[in-house]
Design a binder for this molecule. Structure first.
Ligand code: SF4
Length: 337
């Protein structure tokens, strides 16, 4: 695992002063070559640092390399990203200059409908590897928004994710509300995020309004009563001025009932919130089905009419054989064959 702090220490060992450190980190996060505008800075840069820049650039580029790219018709593209130790994660280029990044290899939460959850946690993704996913994506197209909704649960890797968010929100040229921390909910998130220099927007995976069903669907997520989770989210939304995005993977016969619609209205009406409904993307080995688009649209319409701001979304890249984790699962299978 490689962190931004490791890079800072390497730069300092080469004699970098704070302005040099910031410059190297900024050019990296913005996917600009380290020698851009070089003449202006050369004379002020320690010789050891200047001489080390070509190797350093190569090492930074090696933190996240493109293994596969799967474009979809909606303008998104799933990327299989290789890390330096041979592990892989997925990033997704989203329409309108967004990028979804992974914060862990695998995930310990074990959501029953998710391919990544089946693998368990393999290892943490370092803050430098998160920024490297952004730099890699920027070498392909502009990135103005970064969502932490790929493989992994960001709150289980909080220090590294916060370090990446700080860098992206300062020298990385991403607006703070365009950094979206997505979580199943963890006490530490509500303690740490308000203290950060860069305060990201928050997305909470709700999926059901019933505590018992949530415990079944998200077996190793903290046992929040959905009402308490929404109240904690509301405090963060009021403190930051950004609405909470609630994520709801809509699964036929599981969480698409009229009872759930009533529950959502009860929890979210009048809240500073946006409900993102994403019809489930069926995975061959898992016993869950996607509801019809008509049913999903009817639910979204009802919620909207009853005072809950709701968006019905297609999950990005679904026509390229990919709910989150499928590209990696396929690649791992090929490796062990
Ligand atoms: Fe982990 Fe997210 Fe998959 Fe749940 S949906 S297992 S939190 S990666």
């Amino acid at each position: 695992m490689w962190s931004v702090q490791d890079i800072r220490e390497r730069l300092r060992a080469l004699g970098a002063r704070p302005k040099h450190e910031l410059r190297v980190l900024r050019l990296w996060a913005q996917a600009q070559p380290q020698d851009s505008g070089r003449r202006a800075l050369d004379s002020f840069m320690p010789t050891a640092l200047r001489d080390a820049l070509p190797q350093l650039s190569q090492d930074l580029a090696a933190l996240a390399t493109l293994r596969e790219q799967h474009p979809a018709e909606d303008g998104s593209a799933r990327l299989l990203v290789g890390l330096r130790d041979g592990q892989t994660v997925e990033s997704v280029l989203l329409p309108r200059d967004g990028l979804c990044v992974s914060s862990q290899v695998g995930c310990a939460v074990g959501c029953v409908f998710c391919m990544t959850g089946r693998e368990g946690l393999v290892r943490q993704v370092g803050s430098a590897e998160i920024v490297a996913q952004v730099a890699l994506a920027r070498s392909l197209r502009p990135v103005k928004k970064v969502v932490f909704m790929g493989m992994g649960e960001p709150s289980h890797n909080l220090d590294q994710v916060m370090e990446a968010i700080d860098l992206l929100g300062t020298v990385g040229n991403i607006g703070h509300k365009n950094l979206v921390f997505s979580t199943v909910g963890d006490e530490r998130v509500f303690e740490r995020l308000p203290q950060g220099l860069v305060k990201p927007a928050l997305a909470l995976s709700l999926h059901t309004t019933r505590a018992d069903l949530r415990a079944q669907l998200l077996p190793r997520a903290p046992r929040w009563d959905p009402q308490d989770l929404v109240e904690a989210g509301e405090r963060y939304a009021r403190a930051t001025g950004y609405p909470i995005q609630y994520q709801w993977t809509l699964i036929e016969g599981v969480n698409d009932s009229d009872e759930e619609i009533e529950g959502i209205v009860r929890l979210l009406k009048g809240k500073y919130a946006l409900m993102n409904m994403i019809p489930y993307n069926a995975v061959p080995d898992l016993p869950y089905a996607r509801p019809s688009w008509e049913r999903a649209a009817a639910i979204a319409r009802t919620l909207h009419q009853r005072g809950v701001l709701t968006k019905l979304r297609q999950s990005a890249g679904q026509d390229v054989d990919g709910g989150c984790g499928q590209l990696r699962a396929r690649e791992v299978m090929q490796r062990v064959k």
